[in-house]
Write a protein of this length. Structure first.
Length: 279
């Protein structure tokens, strides 16, 4: 037994670093597997997003979705409802990377399977909050904005769960207004107090008016020196470019963000949904 032990030590000593090399190979294999899993997760997230823009009569849509890393804590959805209405949701899960992505995918699916697809926006948020509550880690939450766009009445009905406001550019008046009806984030408050707290707001859209929904990766995009993109750039872009087709308008915003970042890393996921009522 002692001889075997000495021989084993001798053989190990004659191959210095071999164990570390093997461990290194394992680490590289694990890393490659993790990267493959992340890529698969990103593809699944992309598959959940709308494929193409909705064909809502009298409106021109465009969307933009860019994770800061492989997977994203953001999502958006555009779904046809009864009576020709369109349901719009844009949301952002708290945290970063994989934990945020898992919560975002859960919330995305809950918006689709919540039991009252035709319910008013505040009720939809209350339903999703109830389903999400207790199924995510304490301290985690989702901010979201959900609304109806009715092409018959040209009204946007909004409910907000602690998300950035919707921005509406009024073409005739040449002014941007922000709309953020009160509502708590999803996944924190108990069902009854949540339903009492969340409210709605209606916005009338005239010909040429534009809707802009976004996550905070837009206004918090960082330039060198930690300067945020902020809302002023958006106001200038709305004032100068809002009459452009939505795809061109959106390219203009993302170009401004890239210019502002000055080659720096993207600090957060960026998601934008915009629609213009055609003249």
């Amino acid at each position: 037994m002692g001889l075997f032990s000495r021989e084993s030590k001798k053989r190990r000593s004659e191959r210095p670093g071999e164990g570390l090399e093997d461990a290194g190979h394992l680490r590289r294999a694990d890393l490659e597997a993790l990267l493959q899993d992340l890529d698969a997760g990103a593809k699944y997230q992309q598959a959940l997003l709308p494929q193409g823009s909705p064909s809502l009569p009298g409106y021109d849509f465009a969307t933009y979705y860019r994770p800061a890393r492989t997977v994203s804590g953001d999502f958006y959805d555009l779904r046809e409802l009864a009576g020709g209405k369109l349901g719009l949701v844009i949301a952002d899960a708290s945290g970063k990377s994989i934990p945020a992505a898992l919560v975002a995918m859960m919330a995305h699916l809950l918006f689709r399977v919540q039991p009252e697809p035709e319910a008013p926006p505040a009720r939809v948020l209350a339903n999703v909050n109830r389903l999400l509550l207790g199924n995510i880690r304490r301290g985690t939450f989702v901010s979201a904005l959900y609304g109806w766009l009715d092409p018959a009445s040209h009204e946007l009905t909004l409910a907000n769960a602690g998300h950035l406001p919707a921005v509406v550019w009024h073409s005739r008046a040449k002014v941007a207004t922000t709309h953020r009806p009160p509502g708590p984030v999803l996944g924190v408050l108990a069902p009854d107090p949540y339903e009492s707290a969340v409210q709605e707001e209606r916005v009338s859209l005239e010909p040429g008016d534009r809707i802009l929904l976004m996550t905070d990766g837009v206004n918090e995009a960082m330039a060198p020196g930690q300067r945020e993109f902020g809302m002023e750039h958006l106001r200038k872009h709305l004032k100068g470019e809002s009459d452009a087709p939505s795809a061109a308008f959106l390219r203009g915003i993302t170009d401004r963000i890239e210019l502002h970042r000055g080659g720096g890393d993207q600090s957060d996921d960026i998601t934008i949904v915009t629609a213009r009522r055609l003249p």
